[in-house]
Design a protein around this ligand. Structure first.
Ligand code: GLC
Ligand code: CA
Length: 545
């Protein structure tokens, strides 16, 4: 098992990172050109969103060949070059394995469509029931989860887009194919694997659900544990030093303990998303609502405490390619952009778990605030727009919702400098750059010793220096404070107090004997350590003794 407790992982969305061949799409050579930058930041591993051959209907999460690189990103040679260059800087690569489904353009699905029984059995083809769909389950990208194939008078299951057909993990041949794929990439030197929506792979029973959603039949079902254990023991678990993380949709902490406790030999850690649903009105993502601060704290605290109790391990994150930018969502992306970006980073980086940084987060990139549906490229956002229109919502309200929730907010090109398109590409990018690149960019942040980038750099170094951050225990603190999110960490006789003010006004907090502590890191310069501490707008302060 790898030592991942003091590691920090950086997520790259390859399409939007750096374009070197002037087609407006980021590429592998672009990543190679920025390895020095990532080394300076101090990260240990790069998780790349999928770069496999794909029709790009869902931005590469619809894979048609797991053994080939999509030409828009470059060649196998480029990838080998990237692996070798990254190794020289002590950076490993993590691949994104989309194993719940394949693209309908995958050879297996194409053979299935021709009536080949072996390959039909790689997927779920089912007859309708009494003139209705095989089950009443929803697709997560809008509409129902079954697509009709007239040639067979059958439907196939797609929990995501209709071009993403769910794989049948009950079929051992499928599992062996997937094990073979992981082993192929291990041989190439890939040392990390992120498993996409992996807790949805066991479709326990094809039954209508009373809510019409269907999760109780395919989410976190018992066989997921067996399947992960099998993958572990036949692929990545055989290679020293690999790091694995599962993306768990709508999961439970009990299951996540099972997925990650080392003696189960499943995965190293999990992404869970409950804390990123605290601005969903009635659990519906496509709504607009200020985030519920108390709920956010309760959820993060619960996951910290319970995972610790069960010897599980969390991946820590605010941002990824599926989430709007955290500084716009939980911070203040105008007056207090710098302060709130640093405060949010501290909240996560001082916790028990492995932090992930999503490209651009380390310079405080913000939501785009698109105003026209034509500007969006994301299949989920475009579907949502159509569905909200059908529901009769106002164009203006729909735009506000998309501006707050669309995944394209995080997918805009990385902002390297103040030149055209933020230095991402010298031609029109596949998705429009955020026009604030003139101020918010890497070049500026590298020049400024007080920048968000420099702050992240320091957070990473702290994790590598203080065992209390990587290995200490976690205890919630000031659980019901209205504006402060606080917790403590303990390790041997050391103690850490982490205080974060989530709002734009001063607040006070009482910390007895505060003079005995030193300030490990903060986003404000001067501190007057008195038993009654005043926290300024979005102030974060980490006290250590
Ligand atoms: C995961 C990915 C997301 C993708 C979906 C379907 O949630 O992160 O980008 O659309 O799975 O593969
Ligand atoms: Ca390119």
């Amino acid at each position: 098992m790898a030592d991942f407790k003091n590691k920090v992982i950086y997520q790259i969305y390859p399409k939007s990172f750096c374009d070197t061949n002037h087609d407006g799409i980021g590429d592998i050579n672009g990543i190679i050109s920025k390895l020095d930058y990532l080394q300076e930041l101090g990260v240990d591993m790069i998780w790349m969103c999928p770069i496999f051959a794909s029709p790009q209907r869902d931005s590469g999460y619809d894979i048609k060949d797991y053994y080939h690189i999509d030409p828009i990103f470059g060649t196998m040679k480029d990838l080998e070059h990237l692996i070798a260059e990254a190794k020289k800087k002590n950076i490993d690569l993590m691949f994104d394995m989309v194993f719940n489904h394949t693209s309908t353009e995958h050879e297996w699905f194409q053979k299935a469509l021709k009536g080949n029984e072996k390959y039909k059995n790689y997927y779920f083809f089912k007859k309708g029931k009494d003139g209705k769909l095989p089950t009443n389950w929803d697709s997560k990208f809008g509409g129902k989860a079954w697509k009709y194939v007239p040639e067979f008078n059958e439907y196939y299951l797609h929990l995501y887009d209709e071009k993403q057909a769910d794989l049948n993990w009950k079929n051992e041949e499928v599992r062996n194919e997937l094990i073979k794929i992981i082993n192929y990439w291990l041989d190439k030197g890939i040392r990390g694997f992120r498993f996409d929506v992996i807790n949805n792979i066991d479709k326990r029973e094809f039954t209508d659900s009373s809510d019409g959603i269907g999760k109780q039949y395919y989410c976190d079902q018992p066989k997921v544990h067996d399947y992960l254990h099998e993958l572990n023991t036949k692929s990545f678990g055989l290679v020293e030093g690999t790091v694995t993380v599962g993306e768990m949709s709508a999961t439970s902490v009990e299951n996540c303990i099972g997925y990650t406790r080392p003696d189960n030999k499943e995965l190293d850690m999990v992404f869970s998303f409950h804390h990123l649903k605290v601005d969903y009105l009635n659990k519906d993502k496509w709504t607009s609502m200020p985030f519920d601060f108390q709920e956010l704290k309760d959820l993060l605290n619960t996951w910290q405490v319970k995972m610790q109790g069960g010897n599980g391990w969390n991946a820590l994150f605010w941002n990824c390619h599926d989430q709007p930018r955290s500084v716009s969502r939980f911070g203040n992306d105008k007056k207090y952009r710098k302060e709130s970006a640093k405060m949010l980073a501290t909240t996560i980086h001082m916790m028990r778990g492995t932090p992930y940084i999503y490209q651009g987060e380390e310079i405080g990139m913000t939501n785009h605030y698109f105003t026209d549906i034509q500007q969006y490229k994301d299949v989920e956002s475009i579907n949502a727009y159509r569905i909200l229109k059908e529901k009769g919502l106002d164009e203006k309200d729909i735009h506000q919702i998309l501006q707050e929730k669309s995944r394209d907010n995080s997918r805009t090109p990385m902002q390297w400098d103040s030149s055209l398109n933020g230095g991402f590409s010298d031609v029109k990018p596949w998705l429009q750059s955020n026009q604030n690149y003139k101020d918010i960019n890497v070049e500026n942040d590298l020049k400024d010793s007080d920048s968000i980038f420099r702050y992240y750099q320091k957070l990473i170094q702290l994790r590598k220096t203080y065992k209390i951050i990587s290995d200490g225990s976690y205890v919630p603190f000031l659980e019901n404070h209205e504006v402060i999110f606080a917790y403590k960490r303990y390790y041997q006789d050391e103690e850490l107090i982490v205080l974060n003010n989530y709002y734009d006004e001063n607040t006070t907090v009482n910390i007895p004997h505060v003079q005995e502590y030193k300030v490990l890191i903060s986003n404000y310069k001067e501190h007057n350590l008195k038993d009654t501490l005043t926290l300024r707008p979005y102030e974060t302060i980490v006290l250590y003794k």
